[in-house]
Structures are given as structure tokens and as C-alpha cells.
Design a protein around this ligand. Structure first.
Ligand code: NDP
Ligand code: GDR
Length: 358
């Protein structure tokens, strides 16, 4: 089938990955439907540039209201769209928030995945609709082997990871039980200028920009020594698409094969604006000082410590390289640079707008 007649459904289209994936699929000629949640304020900023008015022809990108906690709604959406490919990206995706909302996280992330798979089965679309599940390196949690690959045992360390563990296995089970073309992408952390502001990378780059513009005194963080394998979201959505295009469904790790600490991310982000951070003190009293001015720019707030932490993630993307021909292109340094530059631009614009209204 040519891409021009393919229909894709993306849950979580208003999130970071949903926006990049929608762009990618539209560029490939797909017709794309994205599921968005009803919200009391606008939540579509990341995809507004893709919006086409339904009154002006037949748009290739449409949004439809839905929620992963509502089975009848998901069945109706799948029935109406009859998608060739479903990318299940919707989730309560914040690890720390999952400790505060464990039941909701399980409902949306674990049972939500089941609901979508059941919709495909009930509508007898097993032979038509391919399914992609957004699985995560958080499944490895308390790491049993480094680097982590597809065969590394899982050991989830949060309600989020436990919910995603169910979603991973129910995807494998529906593949084996009903012959569905259902695959897991086990994606390591990936970031971008449109990353949610409460994930650590974006929190850091926004703070660097705000401090640089004199709008914030200091950045408060939790565990500086956690290590992550950080890539760029634009590279990772290309990997998702490649997974779904395989003749045989399977599970793949997508990662860069490099790991860096939160501390290194902070140092590199401040270096982008010409500041060198020197670390002083220990534990909760540790601070990051700007070497030139002597000002304290980074402080620890124990509120950001997690009840159970994932200390070290480092992925082995060999299988994806060999079978999908996929590898990351954007380096860690380029990622940090792009994020800082983008936040500097938006903080300066916001500041200018505020001043104009004063
Ligand atoms: P985001 O948090 O940016 O986006 C999550 C999306 O899910 C948003 O569109 C959100 O809607 C939507 N959503 C949340 N709850 C529901 C619900 N109950 N019903 C319908 N939609 C809902 O996540 P990312 O884009 O970063 O990640 C995409 C997926 O990949 C997630 O499943 C995440 O767990 C997983 N993942 C992410 C990785 C990463 O490093 N980014 C790595 C590995 C896996 P709204 O905008 O309204 O909040
Ligand atoms: P993570 O991402 O938990 O890996 O999940 P996050 O950016 O939230 O945390 C990464 C590491 O940084 C430490 N950290 C802080 N984290 C946040 N959010 N805020 C802080 O102030 C802070 N200080 C230190 C954390 O303790 C952690 O070790 C992301 C999400 O996108 C998941 O949905 C996805 O599955 C995984 O990545 C792969």
C-alpha cells in the first residue's frame, strides 16, 4: 500500500512525540488523526501549525476528542477511522507524578493500552491495523545488566513503570494470541525544544534562559547524579515508524548508546550561555556556583527526590541498527544547544511582550 492511502491514528498527539510523529507521517503522505483530550484551556500548541480547517477542503490532519480511560470512545474512534496504523503514545508520562496518581496512571497507561488492543480485536481489524506501543527504558528500573537491550530483565521502580510493564506485556500477548501486528518500541529518554517543562532537561534549559534574562535567581533540582541515555525526539519518531513498517512485528530498543548525568546536563546547558558551574558542598546542601560571578545558580530541593530512583540508564541499540537501519543522528551536545537556544528565544520574546504591556 502506498503511504498516500495510509491512515494513521496517534493517541497523545498533543505531546512531544505525538507532534513530531504527526509531522513525520504527514510528510510521508499519510492521513493522520490525532486523539486530543478535552481541556479547559488550549492544549494543542505543539500541533497548531498542522491544523487545517475542515471547512476548507479535506484536511490530511484532523483531531478527535478522546481519552485512554474511556473504552467506548476508543472503540468508536477506531471504528470510524479504520486506521492502518495506530501509534499509542498517550500516557500520564511523568514518573514522579505517578507516585502521586498511581491509580490514574495505571488506568491510562496500562488499561488504556488494553482498551485500544481490544478495540482492534472487537472490530476484527487484527488483519489490517498495525499497533505501536510506546514502551520505555523505565521498565529496566533497578538495572540488571548494562547496557540494557531487548533481553535485559525488567525491574520497574515506579507506578508509571509498573503500568508500562503491563502495557508492554499485553502488547506482546495480543501479538502472540491473536496474530496482531503489534510492536513495542523500548525508547530511552528523548528530548527536544518542545519537551514538557517539568522533565529535567527542559526544566534546566528554561531555567538557564530565565536566569540569563534576569527573570529567575536559581534552579532547584533533585538527584544530580542520575544518569540517562538522552537522544532527540525527532530521531526517535523515525524509529517508531520504521518499527511499524517491518513485515514481522517485534520489540526494539531505541537509544544513543551514551549516558550522561543530570549534573553534566546542567554544566553543558550553562556553558551554552558562557557560564562555568563549580559544585560546592554535599548532599542536600550541594550548590552550583557561577565561577565568574560567585552567584549560586543551582540548589537542591529534596521535594524532587523520588521514593525509588532509577540511577543509570544506558541502551544498546544494536538490534534497531541491524534490523531497522535506525540510529540516532543528533548528538547530546547538539540537543542541549538546540534546547537552550530555543528557550532563550522564547523567554526573550515573552519578556519583550510583557514589557510592551507594562
Ligand atoms: P508527553 O507527556 O509529552 O505526552 C503525553 C500525551 O498523552 C499528551 O498528548 C497527553 O495529552 C496525552 N494523554 C495523557 N493522558 C491521556 C489520557 N488519559 N487520554 C488521552 N491522552 C492522554 O509524552 P511524550 O510525548 O514525551 O511521550 C510519548 C509516549 O512515549 C508516552 O507514552 C511516554 O510514556 C512514552 N515514552 C516517552 C519517552 C520520552 O523520553 N519522551 C521515553 C519512553 C517512552 P495532554 O497534552 O492533554 O496532556
Ligand atoms: P524520567 O525523566 O524520569 O527519566 O522519565 P525526568 O526528566 O523526569 O527525570 C530524569 C532524571 O532527572 C532526575 N531529576 C529530576 N527530574 C525532574 N523531573 N525534575 C527535577 O527537578 C529533577 N532533578 C533531578 C530524576 O530524579 C531522574 O532521575 C522520562 C519520561 O519521559 C518517561 O515518560 C519516559 O518513559 C522516560 O523518560 C524514559
Amino acid at each position: 500500500m502506498s503511504n498516500l492511502s495510509k491512515r494513521a491514528l496517534i493517541t497523545g498527539v498533543t505531546g512531544q512525540d505525538g507532534a513530531y510523529l504527526a509531522e513525520l507521517l504527514l510528510a510521508k503522505g499519510y492521513r493522520v488523526w490525532g486523539v486530543k483530550r478535552r481541556s479547559s484551556s488550549f492544549n494543542t500548541a505543539r500541533v497548531d501549525h498542522l491544523y487545517q480547517d475542515v471547512h476548507e477542503g479535506d484536511p490530511r490532519f484532523r483531531m478527535i476528542y478522546g481519552d485512554m480511560t474511556d473504552a467506548t470512545n476508543l472503540i468508536r474512534i477506531v471504528q470510524e477511522i479504520q486506521p492502518d496504523e495506530i501509534y499509542n503514545l498517550a500516557a500520564q508520562s511523568h514518573v514522579q507524578v505517578s507516585f502521586e496518581t498511581p491509580e490514574y496512571t495505571a488506568n491510562a497507561d496500562a488499561i488504556g493500552t488494553l482498551r485500544l488492543l481490544e478495540a482492534i480485536r472487537l472490530l476484527k481489524l487484527e488483519g489490517k491495523t498495525r499497533f505501536y506501543q510506546a514502551s520505555t527504558s523505565e521498565l529496566y528500573g533497578k538495572v540488571q545488566e548494562t547496557p540494557q537491550r531487548e533481553t535485559t530483565p525488567f525491574y520497574p521502580r515506579s507506578p508509571y513503570a509498573a503500568a508500562k510493564l503491563y502495557a508492554y506485556w499485553i502488547t506482546v500477548n495480543y501479538r502472540e494470541a491473536y496474530g496482531m501486528h503489534a510492536s513495542n518500541g523500548i525508547l530511552f529518554n528523548h528530548e527536544s525544544p518542545i519537551r514538557g517543562e517539568t522533565f529535567v532537561t527542559r526544566k534546566i534549559t528554561r531555567a538557564v534562559a530565565a536566569i540569563e534574562c534576569g527573570l529567575q535567581e536559581a534552579l532547584y533540582l533533585g538527584n544530580l547524579d542520575a544518569k540517562r541515555d538522552w537522544g532527540h525526539a525527532r530521531d526517535y519518531v523515525e524509529g517508531m515508524w520504521r518499527i511499524v513498517q517491518q513485515d514481522t512485528p517485534d520489540d526494539y530498543v531505541l537509544a544513543t548508546g551514551e549516558t550522561h548525568s543530570v549534573r553534566e546536563f546542567v554544566e553543558l546547558a550553562f556553558a551554552e550561555v558562557g557560564r562555568t558551574i563549580a559544585w560546592r558542598g554535599e548532599g542536600v546542601d550541594e550548590v552550583g556556583i557561577d565561577e565568574a560571578s560567585g552567584k549560586t545558580l543551582v540548589r537542591i530541593d529534596p521535594r524532587y527526590f523520588r521514593p525509588t530512583e532509577v540511577d543509570l540508564l544506558l541502551g544498546d541499540p544494536s538490534k534497531a541498527r541491524e534490523k531497522l537501519g535506525w540510529q540516532h543522528r543528533i548528538s547530546f551536545r547538539e540537543l542541549v544547544k538546540e534546547m537552550v537556544e530555543s528557550d532563550l528565544k522564547s523567554v526573550r520574546n515573552e519578556d519583550e511582550r510583557r514589557n510592551r504591556h507594562d
